[in-house]
Write a protein that binds this ligand. Sequence first.
Ligand code: DHB
Ligand code: MG
Length: 620
Amino acid sequence: MLRSIATVCLSGTLPDKLESAAAAGFGGVEIFEQDLLSFEGTPAEAGRMAADLGLAVTLFQPFRDFEAMPEPQRSRNLDRAERKFDTMQALGTQMILVCSNTQAATLDDPARAAADLREMAARAARRGLKLGFEALAWGRHTSRWRQAWDIVREADHPALGLILDSFHTLCMGDDLAGLAQAVPPEKLFFVQFADAPRLRMDPLSWSRHHRSFPGQGELEVPGFLREVLAAGYAGPISLEIFNDEFRAAPSRRIARDGLRSLVWLDEQAGLAPLPATPALSGIEFVEFAVDETARAELAAFLAALGFRLAGTHRSKAVQLWRNGGANLVLNAEPDSAAAERFAQLGPTVCALAFRVDDPARLMARAEALRCPTFRERVGEGERRIPAIRAPDGTLVYLVQATGPGDRPIWEDDFLLAPEATAPGALRGIDHVAQALAPGMLDSFVLFYRAVFGLAPDAPWELPDPYGLVRSRAFTGGVADGVEQVRLPLNVSESTRTGTGRFVSALAGAGVHHIAFATADAAAAVQAASQRAAPLLDIPANYYADLAARFGLGEAETAALQAHHLLFDQDAAGHGFRHAYTLPFQDRFFFELAERGVGYEGFGAANAATRMAAQQRGRAR
Ligand SMILES: O=C(O)c1ccc(O)c(O)c1
Ligand SMILES: [Mg+2]
């Protein structure tokens, strides 16, 4: 089916929008009138530009507030329609969208609405054009698709049909039940798709500012597509998203997200299968871009956390640092992707590596979802780890999960030190938190959901002393009832929060902290203290409140305090003990986390205390 996107989804001028849509792989565009009005050339030139890019103009949207107006507006509207038909013919599109009238003056008279639409359709038909009628959720007298259909049916003109829009239906808690029985396929002229977060808001503001691509929100868009297909619809699948962040973002990224959302939607609706989502079994390593100097400084920081140099790459300036099951790679190789990242941003995380059951299958899935792939130069006999790029350019390596008897992936490429397998206090990586510019969150949500099959948890809000931080966590890869991969994503509109400062310092997104899993946080902290690790001090008031909140005894509270530990407990009594380091060069920081079995969170209740302590640390 033809994939189409409305120009209103994208930023820039009409030529920018068309080029981005074509580059992403769309076959059609809905043209919004405003985009045409602000275009320098003629409608015919716009139409040629689209055609040259291989884009069909699937629809033109110049009209609103048409049906059931009293005279003289009624006649004026019909005259105006003729001018719009001229434009459509120049543009080379057949379909005009008319959305239900929102004006106070419109008559509550479905028969009049039908008669008016019939008249417009008759005029359109004379020119070989077609007219689709769509119910807006806030339409004055027509707000549901069934009402719009009643009007279209009563008008009974072959050039008049129904347009559906998933947002207008789903935002009202409505569905398409009965569509296939009521509406013949040839009357289903066009269908628009949009998702949205569930918000308590009037539908107009919700629709105009908070729509998102399928898979980025919480509406049941795949079910909507299934119903539309069951009704025999075979026309374009068209995205129509009004979203302030989309219109402020680079149009190429947004167009690519849009296409990705449609590939995912087809899979979810059972239309076109993709290679299956992976079984994730953890984060094998996190890789830092460093140079020689930064490497020495970061290595010293890690050594204080009990990490040891466990291996050196056979052919590159790359080191493996390890503590128990936690692996960190420090990459100082010149002329590499890491070096490029370092040159731009200084010491930062440049790659994450996920353990998956079948890297080749996941690569195929990612490519089908239009993820850029990456192939690093490798030396002879070395392993090439397949990698894809996250929306911010961070590399995501896909590492074969190994069982107890298997050869570890490290042995091909690294000269491992004898202490490589020495026991350590850390079990692995509990979670990796990324700080994103606000406009990036939807891109990441779609990336993790579509490519990895991870589901976002409910959104959280975390109060930094200098503004709000919004957080959404992705978790997945359940094994033995425990989540193996946890990825909180944080965004902040304020540039003064820890998240905001990190994002502006980095000119983009990146890993802001890494939490290591330990079975005994107090012991891990004690060992780190003895090695003079820089740990974050927590104020005494925190502990007084904690004791009161959870009814902790004096000795237990004192033990937490002595170890800089924060504490949380869920409703079922599963506990979480965690401590933080100071940031490395005012950039990223680390966390030591002891997660009681069954605890699913991240200590969000402690985030305000942690962020305040970090901001105080900066002020000193
Ligand atoms: O917000 C609007 O006005 C508007 C216009 C056209 C549409 O197709 C739509 O879904 C919303
Ligand atoms: Mg619409």
